[in-house]
Design a protein around this ligand. Structure first.
Ligand SMILES: [Zn+2]
Length: 136
């Protein structure tokens, strides 16, 4: 399947909290927020630190490396654009920066504890509207 056939992927809704995050991925980077007050790194993008309630947050570039905590194989797509790709693997990934995120992992075999990295090659960045991972 060519890249252009994936234009029908559901697109994320951009808002004032996630614009930087989405723009980062358009350039192949995973951007996370770090609290300027307590220094915790957080995901998902938001306007306030969930640890200390500070609204002073900075964007940092993540290493893109993490470990699979848990995962699910999705056999019944919730959108027609995924029909040819099932099963889709959605995983909770513990990032090196300490926070966790949910993301797709491009692989046939997955297990908890597996090391993954951001799939930041140009084709993946063009194809997928959100950061995506692969085994490292
Ligand atoms: Zn904080």
């Amino acid at each position: 399947m060519s890249v252009t056939e994936h234009k029908s992927y559901p697109q994320p809704v951009e808002d004032t909290d996630n614009t930087e995050y989405l723009e980062g991925w358009r350039h192949g980077s995973l951007l996370l927020q770090q609290c300027n007050s307590c220094k915790e790194v957080i995901f998902y993008p938001r306007s306030m630190c969930p640890h200390c309630w500070s609204d002073s947050l900075a964007w940092i570039k993540a290493s893109g490396r993490g470990t699979v905590v848990s995962y699910s194989l999705i056999h019944r797509p919730n959108h027609p654009s995924f029909t040819d790709e099932v099963p889709v693997i959605l995983a909770e990934i513990k990032l090196e920066e300490g926070t966790s995120m949910l993301a797709r992992v491009l692989t046939e075999h997955i297990h908890t504890g597996m090391n993954v990295e951001l799939a930041d090659d140009p084709e993946s960045v063009r194809k997928y509207p959100l950061p995506i991972f692969r085994p490292s």
